[in-house]
Structure formats: structure tokens, C-alpha cells
Ligand binder design. Structure first.
Ligand SMILES: *Cc1c(COP(=O)(O)O)cnc(C)c1O
Length: 489
């Protein structure tokens, strides 16, 4: 036990848990080979222990998940699916991947699951292309009287390719809370398909299903996509499915943010996408509380296309990440996970009510999920100002556009806050109210910096030092009560 040992622990060696001893030993080993990397990991742990993590897309996964991810499984190639691999010696990966798939089927009551996508963006690529191959390529091969893609002449294949890249998708606009991978111009999704977007209602900030239905009738997309990164409400998937069916579109749901809320039975009935969607994508690292990664869930109708995600859109699977996913899915089957998911949403509700009681304006005037968006314009600040000021106060969150934002996507007029990570630490209503007070104090104590020509800067700001210091103290007091990874304290 060397350098690292003394660097980040206050617990005497004799009193340490076996997890702590193993963790330090592993880091010590790493330190002897790559001191800069080991030091950065330890520094990251210390930073994460010093700030309130309110980035809505982040969480803390368990040490068990991390252990499953950080090991020799990374050395294995396993292209194909369990029992049908293009490499020898995949028995152990088969066991892990099969278990992960079965757990997802149990958690979500879904017909099929695919656990290879390396991220949420990759899961979306797999889903998009699985839809296109099923809807366009397969039909075209049949129309040409051929059996497989390989039988097509180069000219026939070129015809298929032209058709593939000429399909339409209708999804939520980035501005309204949609994601970059939903047809944003700087993402491949808008280059492989013609992308159309629906907005939220400019007054209520809510989805307007009637206008989505009207747009769908006009556009007649191949894919209707529901899902968001920054929408504080639930989506009625029964209505969305009806809209998709009325125009013959594949109904796809991207539940990257709220997969954990579905797994934890917070979103039920028409708010659970599983009974309605043809194909669902998600990340595993947001509310699912697993390793960084993606998954695709689908009906049996889409199974054979989704299972060919590699080589369709993916490189070889990451067995170590699939192992970590498997551990996280196992954790999600435990009743504690449902309790956790309900507490995440309850915490977000309490936080938003406490903020609104103090006059803070929220997009849609509240939340029904794990996130909320503050409209900071009444404080004469930009989202960037508030993100910076809160970080100085040791509260980490991300700036976010509000619908029809006048400050554009860089400065923005909002900040997005989430409760998934703090709930993992064990925080509840009392802490949410205290945090609301801290946020309001910072909002009131922050002013935009003046520029040389007399206007105010959209990025620079200053926070009253006494308020800043008080909030920093309060954050620290709170975090001492709710330590991150107490097993390795
Ligand atoms: C986070 C997110 C993604 C992308 O996930 P990555 O793992 O970062 O690729 C995709 N879709 C939505 C809606 C998201 O919120």
C-alpha cells in the first residue's frame, strides 16, 4: 500500500472493509504502471465527493458494476449473438450476454432485447437501421425476386441504397427537449434520413398530440420517434402509437433518460412504452444506474434485424460492458430499485415545488419525472451564467435550452437539474428543500458581468462572495451525511 493509500482515505488501514482494501490494492497496481491515470481516477472520486451531482443524465453505478466492467473480459471478441458467434471461445460471454438479455425481458416484459450497443447513440443507429432494413431493404429484395442482399447486382444494390437514404423520420425537436441523434443537422441521423420535428406547445411547454398527428399525416414518416433528453413530463405512448399506426410508421421510443423509471414501475399504463412501441432504445447509465452503454428492446417482428446491429452499425461487442450491464440489470430486479425510482421522481417533484414556491419559473411549471428545467430569464441571466455560478457553489448541472430559446443552444436560457444521482446517495425530501434554498440563493446572488461597450456578457458572471461561501459550506455538510461509495471511504 503506497502513495494512493495515504492520498485519499481517512479510514485507518485496520478498519477498512474488504472492498476498500481491494479497491486500494487495484489502484496501487494501476499506479505502478500508469500513475497519471491512477491519479486522475482518484482525483475524479474526490471531485465527485465534493460536488452535488445534479446533471440529469448522470448517476453513480455500484462498485459491483464497476468491478464487472474493469477486467479481462475486454480482451474477448464476440461478434454475433449468444450461441451463434463468428469467433471461437465465446462460452463465458455467451453466458453473460444471455443472462443480460433474459434480465431485460423480465424487467421490461418485452419480447426481445439486444445488449451490445456501446452507447445510446449507437443503440439509436441500430434501431434506425434495423427499421430501414426491415421496411425498405427486405421489401425491395423481395420485389426484385431475390432471396438475399448478396444476390443483388451492383445496380440493384445501388437502387436499394438510394431508397434507404430517402426515408423520413418525425421526432421531437432539440429545442423542445429532443436529442441530437433524433435528426439534428450535425448528427448522422439527419444525413441518412430526411428529418422532421415536432415542437412542444409554445405556451404550455407540453407535447401537443393533435398537432403531432397533423404533422404525421402531412409527412407520413417511416419512423415516428418519441423520447427526450430535456422534457420534464411523461409521454402518452398509447396516443403516439395511434398516430404512428395511422400513417403506417414504425413507432420507436428512445427512453435513454427514463429507462430506470420504467424498470422501477413509476411509468405505468399508457406512460410505459413497452406495450406500444415497435422498437425501444435506452442508455444503461442514466436512471438505469449501470455502466455507460446502450440497449435495444423490440417486438419479435424486429428481432432478426436488431440482432444484426453488429456489423450493421456497430463494431464488436464489449463483453466487459455487457457483464457490467448484467450486474446493473440484476440490481434493477430488486424491490429496492423500484423504491429508488419512485424516490427519484418524488425528489424531483419536491425540489421543483420548493423552487416554484420561491418564485422560480420552471418549464411546464413542474415535473413528472426525474428532471426539471429552470427558466432563468427572470433573473436576467443566461443558462451559462447559472451553470457557472452553481458549479462555483459546488452544485453541478448543465445549461439547457428552453423551448423557443432566444439565447440559442450555446448560452441558453435554462438549466436542467436531475435527482437520479442524489437519490442514489440516499437523499430525500429534507435535502431537496435545502438544495432548493441553495439554488435560489445563488440565482439571486449572481449578476452578469458588464462588457466594455456597456451591455452584459452572456457567459461571464459574478456571485456575491458571502452567499457563495455559505452555499459551498452547506453543500459540504450535506455531502458528509451522504457519502459516495462509503464502502471505500
Ligand atoms: C443520452 C441520450 C442519448 C445518447 O446516449 P449516449 O450514451 O451519450 O450516446 C440518446 N438519446 C437520448 C434521448 C438521450 O438522452
Amino acid at each position: 500500500m503506497t502513495y494512493l493509500n495515504s492520498y485519499f482515505t481517512k479510514t485507518p488501514e485496520k478498519e477498512r472493509s474488504s472492498a476498500a482494501i481491494a479497491f486500494f490494492a487495484a489502484l496501487d497496481h494501476l499506479y505502478s504502471t500508469a500513475p497519471s491515470v491512477a491519479t486522475a481516477i482518484v482525483q475524479e472520486l474526490q471531485d465527485q465527493r465534493a460536488f452535488l451531482k445534479m446533471i440529469a443524465s448522470e448517476n453513480y453505478c455500484s462498485l459491483a458494476v464497476q468491478l464487472a466492467m474493469g477486467n479481462l473480459l475486454t480482451d474477448k471478441y464476440a461478434e454475433g449473438i449468444p450461441g451463434h458467434r463468428f469467433y471461437a471461445g465465446c462460452e463465458n460471454v455467451d453466458a453473460i450476454e444471455t443472462e443480460a438479455i433474459e434480465l431485460l425481458k423480465e424487467i421490461f416484459h418485452v419480447e426481445h432485447a439486444y445488449v451490445q450497443p456501446h452507447s445510446g447513440a449507437d443503440a439509436n443507429l441500430v434501431a434506425f437501421w434495423a427499421c430501414l432494413v426491415k421496411r425498405v431493404q427486405t421489401k425491395e429484395i423481395e420485389r426484385l425476386g431475390k432471396k438475399t442482399l448478396d444476390e443483388l447486382t451492383p445496380a440493384e444494390y445501388e437502387g436499394v441504397r438510394q431508397l434507404l437514404v430517402n426515408q423520413k423520420i418525425l421526432a421531437m425537436s432539440l429545442n423542445s427537449g429532443g436529442h441530437l441523434t433524433h435528426g439534428y443537422r450535425h448528427n448522422i441521423s439527419s444525413k441518412m434520413m430526411q428529418a422532421f420535428h415536432y415542437d412542444v406547445d409554445p405556451i404550455t411547454g407540453l407535447l401537443d398530440y393533435k398537432s403531432i398527428a397533423k404533422q404525421a399525416q402531412e409527412i407520413r414518416p417511416a419512423i415516428l420517434l418519441a423520447g427526450y433528453s430535456a422534457y420534464p413530463r411523461r409521454i402518452n405512448f398509447a396516443i403516439m402509437k395511434e398516430i404512428a399506426a395511422s400513417v403506417g410508421a414504425t413507432f420507436m421510443v428512445d427512453m435513454a433518460h427514463f429507462a430506470g423509471l420504467v424498470a422501477g414501475h413509476v411509468f405505468q399504463g399508457e406512460y410505459n412504452p413497452v406495450p406500444y412501441a415497435d422498437i425501444i432504445t435506452a442508455t444503461t447509465h442514466k436512471t438505469m444506474r449501470g455502466p455507460r452503454g446502450g440497449i435495444v428492446l423490440c417486438t419479435n417482428e424486429y428481432k432478426e434485424f436488431v440482432d444484426k446491429g453488429c456489423p450493421l452499425a456497430l463494431g464488436g461487442p464489449l463483453p466487459h460492458v455487457m457483464a457490467a450491464k448484467c450486474v446493473a440489470f440484476r440490481e434493477a430486479t430488486h424491490p429496492d430499485f423500484a423504491k429508488y425510482a419512485h424516490q427519484v421522481v418524488e425528489n424531483a417533484r419536491i425540489l421543483s415545488e420548493a423552487l416554484m414556491q420561491q418564485g422560480v419559473k420552471l418549464v411546464t411549471n413542474g415535473t413528472e419525472n426525474h428532471l426539471l428545467i429552470i427558466d432563468v430569464t427572470p433573473f436576467h441571466l443566461t443558462g451559462r451564467h447559472v451553470e457557472t455560478a452553481l458549479r462555483q457553489a459546488h452544485i453541478t448541472c448543465s445549461r439547457n435550452a428552453i423551448p423557443f430559446d432566444k439565447n440559442g443552444p450555446w448560452y441558453t436560457s435554462g438549466v436542467r437539474l436531475g435527482t437520479a444521482a442524489l437519490t442514489t446517495l440516499g437523499m430525500g425530501p429534507t435535502q431537496m428543500k435545502a438544495i432548493a434554498d441553495m439554488i435560489v440563493a445563488i440565482l439571486k446572488a449572481t449578476t452578469a458581468a458588464p462588457t466594455a461597450n456597456g451591455s452584459s456578457s452572456k457567459s461571464l458572471c459574478s456571485v456575491a462572495p458571502d452567499v457563495l461561501e455559505t452555499v459551498q459550506h452547506k453543500v459540504q455538510e450535506l455531502l458528509v451525511q451522504f457519502p459516495l461509495y462509503p464502502e471505500i471511504a
